[in-house]
Write a protein that binds this ligand. Structure first.
Ligand SMILES: *Cc1c(COP(=O)(O)O)cnc(C)c1O
Length: 428
């Protein structure tokens, strides 16, 4: 496959957009080469500017759980656009999607809509700090909660109590309020709480990690966090931006029967338009302006086009709950097929899956946290990525990303993918 026009378009983009992209991972820096420019997408497929058709395993990094250009979502956006695209005033539509979300997700009374997952997580910790009147938060190495300052702290070396900024521009003052913990390691969290008695407002966690590959929580991890939070007056925040409305209608809270205090949403909840949201029980949500003292706002929050897309998406998922089992079956089929051909070709690997999320790691050891995720062989991943691209299959251009299975993928697409991986892994 040729990607000539994409390369040209990238060169033009680089002149006027930093790195040619509006979000860094799109630039292919981790795998080399130049990004592919999309012209359109339908169902399971992307169509690029060179006229190639690609089977898509990224799906806009999660939102398109029913496939691209899902008809009811597209129609809802078109219909709404004709009535005006933004008012900055309340609409009935906002109440309709809020009521549906509150019905689908366990343990929440009220929800507020914002414009991205970043905004949702940023607002959730402000709310948690205001509500608990404490400053510090705990986040886990390798978990991603958007690009706001408090979260751009990753594991430095070893077990550090105070985070160190890993992006210039994040001040030391901000970094000192973010404590880093190890995913799937309750003892580590307990020690942090002990060392920062009565200072921690919230623990924020991806209840199934999806931004260091896909890492499900080990048995007892989320339950343990719940207990530690309750015992210490700490709010537990589930960042379900990736997992919400994906792993179950009610997200991971429903899947593992553990209640969070605040839940963040994004991706699927917007049906492919820029939407985020955060939700909690009434007592916490009433702490937000205009009812309470914690300020949070947005000119385009609850935008009618975005709400129409999100509502059409949630309605589809609410109507047909069997979709989540269907997706999990496809994922299991794909995982088994990939394992079969990688084994046959003597490639060292670990595959993690849960529901419609899957990641392939080129390392034999179990991948349970950031440290073990980082061990994967990136040279093999690069060959894997570019090999699949040549076969017309698009996976994320980074070894740390989860693939997303959609309802639009057919078993023929999955078989083609497995056969392609067989061919590509013979060239490692
Ligand atoms: C994608 C993601 C975010 C950030 O959402 P944006 O819409 O990109 O700002 C936050 N948390 C998790 C778990 C995510 O996967």
């Amino acid at each position: 496959m040729l990607y000539q026009r994409s390369s040209q378009l990238f060169a033009e983009a680089e002149k006027v957009i930093p790195g040619g992209v509006n979000s860094p991972v799109r630039a292919f820096r981790a795998v080399g080469g130049t990004p592919i420019f999309v012209k359109s997408a339908k169902g399971a497929y992307l169509y690029d500017e060179d006229g190639n058709r690609l089977i898509d395993y990224i799906n806009s990094w999660g939102p398109m759980i029913l496939g691209h250009a899902y008809e009811p979502v597209v129609q809802a956006v078109i219909d709404k656009a004709k009535l005006g695209t933004s008012f900055g005033m309340p609409t009935a539509l906002e109440t309709e999607i809020a009521a549906l979300a509150v019905k689908m997700v366990p343990n929440i009374d009220k929800i507020r809509f914002v414009n991205s997952g970043t905004e949702a997580c940023m607002s959730a910790i402000r709310l948690a700090r205001g509500f608990t009147k404490k400053d510090k938060i705990v986040k886990f190495a390798g978990c991603y909660h958007g690009h706001s300052d408090s979260f751009l702290i990753q594991a430095g070396s070893g077990a550090i109590t105070f985070g160190s900024p890993n992006s210039p521009g994040v001040t030391a003052g901000t970094a000192k309020d973010t404590l880093l913990a190890k995913y799937n390691d309750l003892e580590n969290v307990r020690a942090l709480i002990e060392a920062n008695k009565d200072e921690i407002a919230a623990i924020i966690v991806e209840p199934v990690a999806g931004n260091m590959g896909c890492i499900p929580p080990q048995k007892g991890f989320l339950e343990g966090l719940r207990t530690l939070c309750t015992e210490n007056g700490i709010l537990l925040i589930f960042d379900e931006v990736m997992t919400g409305f994906r792993l179950a209608a009610g997200g991971v809270q429903e899947l593992v029967q553990v209640n969070a205090d605040i839940v963040c949403f994004g991706k699927v909840i917007g049906g492919g338009l820029p939407v985020g949201a955060f939700a909690a029980r009434e007592e916490i949500m009433n702490y937000l302006a205009p009812l309470g003292p914690v300020y949070q706002a947005g000119t385009l929050s609850g935008n009618p086009l975005a709400m129409a897309a999100g509502l059409a998406m949630l309605q589809a998922l609410d109507r047909d709950r069997s979709i989540f089992t269907r997706l999990a079956e496809k994922t299991a089929y794909l995982a088994a097929g990939i394992a079969r051909v990688l084994e046959a070709n003597q490639v060292t690997f670990t595959i993690n899956t849960i529901g419609s999320m899957i990641s392939v790691h080129f390392d034999a050891e179990p991948v349970v946290d950031f440290q073990t995720a980082a061990k994967g062989d990136n040279e093999t991943f690069k060959k894997f990525f570019h090999g699949l691209l040549q076969e017309g299959i698009y996976i994320a251009p980074s070894a740390y990303e989860t693939w997303f299975i959609t309802d639009a993928l057919t078993y023929e697409d999955l078989d083609f993918t497995i056969e392609a991986i067989d061919r590509v892994s013979k060239t490692f």
